[in-house]
Design a protein around this ligand. Structure first.
Ligand code: BGC
Length: 761
């Protein structure tokens, strides 16, 4: 039994945190969070924690922020301004221990040691601690918690406790912590409860079963209240008691749906299997995912660990079985950004899923298809056509960006991104197209992808208005660099818009050639006539892009180069972001850039940077960037890696890696998952040089000299390919699927299952 409570012995697969400090606890809880894309749970202690409730007093600092989330369970809280937010559900792992009448509280007595370990390989959170109570009893505990990857409705907790004394009266009380303060109870039964949201008519049901054995024999609990189990016994020194709890959760999205039956069924399923089989199935599911997704780096242990950590959270965040949800900016690991979905998902995360887990990528893109009506409404509301996706999206596809937030001095600061950050409508199109190119999933293209491409293209044509100079301009926007608001002709936005319109035209031609009936039906449904397509062609030719053909330099937006030049390096070692130090106005009047903007464009559309233009732009914009967003460093790493600027790339990769691995208080609100997806891209697309969107799969590696090996797998059009890259060359192996031609550093190579190919440098 204890072996399941011990971490994988290989330290390359574990992250451990010793001790407890109020200053880092919330960040540790995010970093060590676990989940399966349907459920997410922060790594707060389950035993001896003491209660937590919400308070408006800003100076109360909660020692910890325990939270359980259900993807897609949004409601409108009583905040000002009100925006939908993920509703926390009951903490199903609460355990209270009472020794001789005194409740064990971590803050009393002495914590002799306490280690939490995230076992990445097995996808479990482990804890191991010893606590001396004020009465002098030593309590030892070991715990395992997981949210099953094999059956996403199910969670498991195993807790083993022992005392160093005989004859202590022990009471172990397992309960479900307060369920979302904002939900109404609908049902409360012995083993199941259900709640509904007040405003959105969603519901959640949670069911539980618990057992306890000590001295090897199971003992019956008292059941004083639903979802509460109480055991009492007298301790025998050194004798372990083992507590096991299974839970099952279901969400219902409509008032006529009842989440109780599926939760009860999931509980019955898992109790019939027993916890050992639930654990085994979960570990096997993680094993399968790791076989596909592990990236091996020899020669850089820190990045190896960071990559595993990134893949762990990326795997925990997605759910291929649910097309109605997407991944928020902090996954299901914290409250920041309320669970809202940004361009982070399409631009920073989708490349990972498309290459490694296309089923998850498809579900995430289907979420954008199901939320098209919201995007259409937003376009109409702002006076445009087609689909303008919300900058921040929750469950319905309506814009959920707050209009203002309270600034540091208590005065409201207007938030313009929801009104002006329109590039999201090109980012979604970008992800759709690249998913289709990499997977060849025609079914998706025909049912959903083409419509997204046409509606976003249509939006951009209506957005890029012809003016007296004969060009089309896109005015009043915010680009990825959010330090500069309400700008005209942001190069990133305009070039991505032009690209989207071009893909719209391409998809019309493609559908007409290959699926004429579908082309006709879709064009009829969207009332897309030839006249309109003529306008699209006109738009692709006339959108201003800010490129100076003489120098190859893009101007980030109209007038950017006339702004003050600041030396960003002067502010680099400040703890605060540059816009806070120098103020909003000065930031806006200067050439300081929040995050990769033109640099992001180099990463996304390298074909728009002919000759030395990519290098010219990178050299120009990199020193202007203050990296005021966690999204920034990884894009710089990717571009630097492609440009062969290895040291710069490594520096940015390590910077990204440290975001959530180091004790950075900014992780308190959840892991910055876009940075994690960006890191995977920087390694695999940057140094690995993997490209999936061409006519054939291409790989063109640039390994740093100190790396001995980079190996990873990818899926591509119903095939699975494994690569091992060393300083001498590339080994490629087709693991599954039909014979294929691939490009290795420009050389064409045929691959067949069972036959390895090697191209030497
Ligand atoms: C960044 C955005 C990002 C958002 C959520 C902001 O600080 O500037 O690009 O989408 O955070 O991660």
């Amino acid at each position: 039994m204890p072996e399941v409570l011990r971490p994988t012995p290989d330290s390359g697969w574990t992250l451990a945190h010793d001790g407890y400090s109020v200053t880092t606890e919330s960040a540790v809880e995010s970093r060590f969070a676990f989940g399966n894309g349907f459920l997410g749970m922060r790594a707060a202690r389950s035993v001896s924690r003491g209660p937590t409730w919400a308070s408006w007093l800003g100076y109360i600092r909660w020692a910890s922020w325990p939270r359980c989330y259900v993807a897609g369970l949004f409601d409108m809280p009583n905040t000002e301004p009100a925006v939908p937010a993920l509703v926390p559900v009951a903490d199903w792992s609460r355990v209270r221990i009472v020794l001789d009448g005194a409740t064990l509280a971590a803050r009393e007595g002495a914590m002799l040691h306490g280690t939490r370990t995230l076992d990445l390989r097995r996808g479990v959170l482990l804890a191991d601690w010893a606590h001396r109570t004020p009465a002098g009893v030593t309590f030892r505990g070991r715990e395992l918690r997981l949210l099953s990857l094999a059956d996403r409705a199910v969670g498991l907790q195993i807790l083993r406790i022992a005392l160093d004394r005989d004859e202590v009266e022990v009471k172990l009380e397992a309960s479900f912590g307060l369920a979302g303060l904002g939900m109404e109870p609908m049902r409360l039964e012995r083993d199941l409860a259900a709640w509904r949201t007040e405003g959105t008519a969603k519901a959640v049901a949670m069911a539980g079963a618990a057992r306890l054995a000590h001295g090897g024999a199971a003992s019956e609990p008292e059941r004083p209240f639903p979802l509460r189990w109480v055991w009492r016994w007298r301790s025998v020194a050194g004798q372990a008691a083992v507590f096991a709890r299974l839970v099952a959760v279901a969400r219902a999205d409509r008032p006529d749906e009842d989440p109780a039956p599926p939760a009860a069924a999931a509980l019955a399923r898992s109790t019939a299997l027993g916890w050992r089989a639930v654990l085994a199935a979960h570990e096997a599911a993680w094993g399968e995912r790791w076989t596909m997704s592990d990236v091996l780096i020899e020669g850089d242990d820190a990045l190896q660990r960071a990559l595993r950590f990134a893949v762990y959270h990326l795997t925990s965040a997605a759910n291929p079985e649910d097309e109605r949800v997407s991944i928020g900016a902090r996954g299901l690991t914290g409250d920041a950004y309320f669970g809202h979905v940004f361009w982070d998902t399409e631009i920073y995360l989708l490349p990972f899923y498309t290459a490694i887990w296309p089923e998850a990528a498809r579900a995430l893109l289907m979420y954008r298809f199901h939320t098209l009506p919201g995007a259409r409404e937003k376009a109409v509301r702002l006076g445009y056509r087609g689909a303008l996706y919300p900058w921040e999206s929750a469950d319905t596809g309506a814009e959920t960006t707050p209009d203002s937030v309270l600034g540091p001095n208590g005065t409201p600061v207007e938030i313009l991104t929801g009104k002006m950050e329109h590039h999201i409508s090109a980012d979604v199109a970008y992800a759709v197209w690249h998913y289709w190119r990499a997977t060849g999933d025609d079914d998706f293209l025909l049912q959903a992808g083409a419509e997204i491409l046409l509606e976003t293209a249509r939006f951009w044509v209506s957005r890029a208005v012809p003016e007296a100079d004969g060009r089309r301009h896109i005015r009043h926007v915010i680009g990825p660099d959010e330090y500069h608001e309400d700008v005209d002709d942001n190069a990133f936005t305009n070039v991505m818009a032009r690209w989207t319109i071009a893909r719209g035209l391409e998809v019309v031609a493609l559908l007409q050639a290959r699926w004429p009936e579908r082309a006709a039906a879709l064009r009829a449904a969207l009332a897309l006539g030839d006249d309109e397509l003529a306008q699209w062609r006109d738009a692709t030719a006339r959108i201003v892009d800010g490129l100076d053909p003489e120098t190859g330099l893009y101007e980030q937006f109209a007038g950017f180069h006339g702004l003050d030049l600041l030396d960003v390096a002067d502010y680099a070692d400040h703890a605060l972001p540059i816009d806070v130090i120098i103020g909003r106005e000065r930031t806006q009047g200067s050439q300081v850039v929040k995050q990769a903007d033109v640099v992001a464009l180099i990463a996304l559309l390298p074909q728009e940077f002919p000759g030395a233009s990519a290098e010219t732009n990178f050299r120009h914009y990199e020193p202007r960037c203050a990296h005021g967003s966690s999204l920034s460093a990884s894009m710089h790493a990717l571009v630097a890696a492609r440009l062969g600027q290895t040291e710069t790339a490594l520096r940015y990769m390590h910077e990204t890696a440290s975001l959530d691995l180091d004790p950075d208080p900014n992780s308190a609100g959840g892991v910055r998952i876009a940075g994690l997806g960006g890191l995977w891209q920087a390694v695999v697309r940057g140094f690995g040089g993997l490209t999936l969107s061409g006519e054939r799969l291409e790989i063109d590696p640039r390994l740093p000299p100190q790396w001995r090996l980079l190996s990873f797998r990818t899926r591509w059009r119903d095939r699975m390919v494994a690569f091992r890259i060393t300083q001498d060359g590339v080994d490629a192996r087709l693991l599954a699927g039909e014979r294929m031609e691939i490009g290795i550093a420009g050389t064409s190579v045929a691959l067949e299952v069972g036959m390895a190919q090697r191209v030497s440098h």
